[in-house]
Design a protein around this ligand. Structure first.
Ligand code: PGA
Length: 252
């Protein structure tokens, strides 16, 4: 299995100056990054300064979103190639905020997956159910649909580069994380679907991260839930000390 992956999703927070300072702070707090991969995903405008701040440190850079074309008349959009050039190795695709607030469809997300892989980026595909879907008991169905749609058309060679993040919508930014039992259940389901879609061997190797109100006080127990191979951290990744405390649980 690959090492655990911890991703800090800074969302729309931080000017260039603030982002640079936060990245330096995190860098200083991580003397050696062993047995874990750590990715910082600042806003587009702060990718360049954060890239500078973490150069040579072992910390990795990620985008929060991407367009599916290489270039063209797409006002306000950023292409995979542009992210690559800034030093991104990862990109978050299909975050529930993008699905919900910006009406991203399963098809659009599938296009972004393919475009990211073509450009050599590792897409972190977010899936997860809403509170209503959970109450109706349709979590497995929703997640299966999201995975099937997003992974359709991904070639065998690309599968190794894909990361999955289970992010129940009701747990994001609410302070109410899923319980370890809920996380285990969802992650085991995702693993089963991945094996069905990608084949036993590849499906087993894909990392599945949990995201949704991860904090230093719950990171260890969430990290121990079944089939959890890392964490996607929002709010807590904006405070260097909290983020470092979370990463420290996973250091070898
Ligand atoms: P949160 O966000 O940790 O603030 O809940 C997680 C995410 O949206 O990736």
């Amino acid at each position: 299995m690959k090492p655990p992956l911890i991703v800090g999703n800074w969302k729309m927070h931080g000017t260039q100056t603030e982002a640079f300072a936060l990245a330096r702070h995190i860098r200083r707090g991580l003397k050696a990054i062993k047995g874990v991969e750590v990715v910082l995903a600042p806003p587009f405008t702060a990718l360049a300064p954060v890239s500078q701040a973490i150069k040579g440190s072992g910390l990795r850079l990620g985008g929060q979103n991407v367009h599916w074309q290489t270039e063209g008349a797409f006002t306000g959009e950023i292409s995979p190639k542009m992210l690559q050039e800034l030093g991104c190795r990862f990109v978050i695709v299909g975050h529930s905020e993008r699905r919900r607030l910006f009406k991203e469809s399963d098809q659009l997300i599938a296009n972004k997956m393919l475009a990211s892989l073509r450009a050599g980026l590792r897409p972190i595909l977010c899936v997860g159910e809403t509170l209503e879907e959970r109450r109706k008991g349709t979590m497995p169905r929703v997640i299966t649909r999201q995975l099937r749609a997003a992974l359709k058309g991904v070639r065998k060679s690309g599968i190794e580069k894909i990361e999955i993040a289970y992010e129940p919508v009701w747990a994001i930014g609410t302070g109410h994380n899923a319980t370890p039992d809920q996380v285990s259940h969802a992650h085991c389901w995702i693993r089963k679907v991945l094996k069905e879609l990608l084949g036993e061997k590849r499906g087993k190797r894909c990392r599945i991260l949990y995201g949704g109100s991860v904090r230093p006080d719950n990171a260890a127990e969430l990290g121990r839930a079944l089939e959890v191979n890392g964490l996607l951290v929002g709010g807590a990744s904006l405070r260097a000390r909290d983020f470092l405390n979370i990463v420290h649980y996973f250091l070898a």
